[in-house]
Design a protein around this ligand. Structure first.
Ligand SMILES: Cc1cc2nc3c(=O)[nH]c(=O)nc-3n(C[C@H](O)[C@H](O)[C@H](O)COP(=O)(O)O)c2cc1C
Length: 186
């Protein structure tokens, strides 16, 4: 089974949902996970209830959305890979700093406690400012992989990087072989 975790990069949820659909069509069994922010927040990009419904229908399982709900991922050890898509700057920084106060961070910690792969599809306006050091830290962390990313708008958002979500499945395949898919920066 795969884990597929949504963080609060609301403008990329449509793309993340499309990749989740691709994984389900490729017959992956998927445990859906949401950060508390995603679980509770309506934005101009959509309503939380609509996203929850779409994700639960696709996965055929209830969404894990609390720290207590995500904790059993560690002892059960049954995720062959955990995909965080999208991964916010907030969650990236917490993973790098060993902070575990959301369902997604708990799922990542649980997965990494037994050296199982975690794949991050980052989307953050501070990826090349406040969070650049955290990308560097996680690039050298065992079993952490990134979906290749690019500067989506170098003029208006000079510090932003966004994953190319269409490379998620290939990144997963490489990670399953213990490799970071490259090029990492597009
Ligand atoms: C409309 C909206 C869009 C946002 N987009 C992003 C984004 O693309 N990337 C990001 O890192 N944070 C974004 N944020 C901020 C995160 O939602 C915020 O840091 C939140 O605490 C993340 O929590 P999580 O990482 O637990 O999901 C956005 C917030 C809002 C309200």
């Amino acid at each position: 089974m795969l884990g597929y975790a949504f963080c609060g990069s609301f403008c990329t949820h449509r793309r993340a949902l499309a990749e989740l659909r691709n994984l389900r069509e490729a017959n992956f069994d998927v445990l859906p996970i949401m950060s508390e922010t995603v679980w509770n927040t309506d934005t101009r990009f959509g309503r939380a209830s609509d996203l929850k419904q779409a994700v639960e229908e696709l996965c055929g399982r209830p969404i894990v959305h609390t720290v207590a709900g995500a904790e059993p991922i560690g002892p059960s050890g049954n995720l062959e890979a955990l995909i965080v898509s999208p991964c916010t700057g907030n969650t990236l920084a917490k993973i790098a700093g060993g902070i575990t106060d959301t369902a997604v961070c708990m799922a990542v910690k649980a997965q990494l406690r037994s050296d199982r792969p975690v794949i991050l599809a980052l989307a953050s306006n501070d990826a090349m400012s406040a969070n650049l050091k955290n990308i560097a830290a996680l690039l050298s962390r065992k079993q952490v992989y990134f979906v290749p990313m690019k500067q989506d708008d170098p003029v208006s958002k000079p510090h932003s990087l966004v994953a190319d979500f269409s490379l998620l499945s290939e990144t997963l395949r490489a990670a399953s072989d213990g490799r970071q898919y490259r090029p990492l920066f597009l």
